[in-house]
Design a protein around this ligand. Structure first.
Ligand SMILES: Cc1cc2nc3c(=O)[nH]c(=O)nc-3n(C[C@H](O)[C@H](O)[C@H](O)COP(=O)(O)O)c2cc1C
Length: 218
């Protein structure tokens, strides 16, 4: 039985944070509604705290959120995630992106989460745009594709309920492997600090031409 939904995210400009928190709240509410016990929710920001001491188990659902940088996940975020132990917790790997291409980022994040012992049961790439804050020439507030995120949250919750429905290990349904667009990374990007990423984000927003939509896989 699921007792906890935990979000962990890396988010210099706030988009991946919004995506992860929205998803955690949605899934937490759905699971809480149909559970005889309380389902708690919590979120952890990789830029503000160490995540290696977080404890996961098969009664926890983890939502891991990161931004796409040049078709990849950010190196510091990948390094932080590498120090966690998933302990078989069901996991949704999600990336936020500016609607250009998410390249290998989703594939990389799903694979990395599995290497850390999480059981990836779903993945998604969600479009973020940034609207200028009122009265501010710099900086912008992220706006997420809420419709896609809500659809994914509902469908993922149904899958979690099916998979967590049985307490006897041998009788548990084994999920099909989740197929995600992407392949092994073929390029490296240099390390980019969170501060530099936030500045680059501003430039990216100005130059970006939206071509794609959110996509998810279960
Ligand atoms: C350095 C950098 C590289 C980016 N590369 C891509 C990219 O390849 N494709 C894309 O669609 N968006 C790209 N973006 C946009 C971000 O993926 C998107 O805005 C993301 O939501 C940022 O996450 P954050 O708000 O949590 O920092 C890039 C942004 C930055 C700053």
């Amino acid at each position: 039985m699921i007792r906890k939904v935990v979000g962990i995210y890396y988010s210099p400009a706030g988009g991946a944070e919004l995506m992860t928190e929205t998803l955690v709240r949605k899934i937490g509410a759905i699971l809480d509604d149909c559970s005889p016990l309380d389902v708690s929710v919590e979120c952890h920001n990789m830029l503000k705290e160490q995540i290696d001491s977080l404890v996961f188990d098969d009664e926890t659902v983890a939502v891991i959120g990161m931004p796409v940088y040049v078709g990849k996940i950010p190196l510091p975020a990948a390094a932080a995630l590498r120090k966690t132990a998933g302990a078989g917790a069901m996991t949704l790997a999600v990336v936020s992106y500016g609607g250009r291409k998410y390249g290998n980022a989703l594939f990389e994040l799903k694979r990395l989460s599995e290497e850390c012992g999480f059981k990836a049961i779903g993945a998604g790439a969600f479009m973020i745009s940034y609207m200028a804050r009122r009265g501010s020439s710099r900086g912008s507030a992220p706006v997420i594709d809420l419709e896609a995120l809500s659809d994914f949250g509902k469908a993922a919750s149904e899958k979690i309920k099916r998979l967590a429905g049985c307490e006897i290990e041998e009788l548990k349904i084994k999920p099909m492997p989740v197929e995600v667009n992407g392949r092994m990374p073929v390029h490296k990007i240099s390390r980019i600090s969170p501060k530099a990423a936030a500045v680059a984000q501003d430039i990216f927003n100005r130059l970006s031409v939206l071509r794609r939509r959110s996509e998810w896989f279960l």
